[in-house]
Design a protein around this ligand. Structure first.
Ligand code: FAD
Length: 160
């Protein structure tokens, strides 16, 4: 296999951008992620691939719960704020307000237009990211007119 062609082909996959959150109370983590998809209608399943050496990974693994917060097209700057480790201060994460999800207690970022709360059903540990599959147990919309942030339009890549 030609490594450059493999990289170019994988970078043509399309992605949205999301902030994955997990944990409760004083031990929480949030990170911008793009390897996310719905995986079943019934039950409603989603999957997310999470960096194995991250704090987010550790909390999803130990609590069995996470949330996917959907970024809108005009929230590229917010996505950028979650490329770095999480700092919790005065009900904010990396400077952005959150509330605890009613189903899981996981942080939900209140500036973002939609979210799902997820209970992990299956974990696939292989390579440098772990695939967490989970059932959507609650969901919410804050802005019905929002359009999702499209990875391609940001000029960023996390694939290859
Ligand atoms: P963290 O691991 O959260 O924090 C590092 C700090 O926390 C260190 O100080 C360390 O000492 C401490 N720490 C580490 N582990 C623990 C622990 N277990 N307990 C307590 N403290 C700990 N990542 C994905 O997983 N999936 C994706 O799909 C994805 N897509 C991305 C797309 C783009 C365009 C970019 C730029 C990044 C993407 N990332 C993705 C990376 C993700 O955004 C970062 O991993 C995330 O923001 C957290 O950063 P971190 O891993 O450096 O920090």
């Amino acid at each position: 296999m030609d490594a450059q062609i493999k990289k170019t082909a994988l970078r043509l996959f399309t992605y949205g951008l999301y902030i994955g959150t997990s944990g409760t109370g004083a031990d929480v983590a949030a990170g911008t992620i793009n390897w996310v998809s719905q995986a079943s209608f019934q039950p409603p399943l989603v999957m997310a691939a999470v960096k194995a050496d991250s704090h987010l990974h550790q909390l999803i693994e130990t609590t069995g719960q996470f949330a996917i917060n959907v970024l809108s097209a005009d929230q590229k700057e917010i996505a950028q704020d979650f490329f770095r480790p999480t700092k919790q201060e005065n009900n904010t994460l990396n400077g952005h307000p959150y509330e605890s999800g009613s189903a899981t207690g996981v942080p939900l970022l209140t500036e973002l237009p939609a979210w799902v709360e997820v209970k992990v059903t299956d974990t696939v540990k292989r390579g440098d990211h772990t695939v967490f599959i989970g059932e959507v147990i609650d969901a919410g919309i804050r802005d019905e007119n929002a359009k999702a942030l499209d990875m391609w339009n940001t000029g960023w890549f996390y694939a290859g």
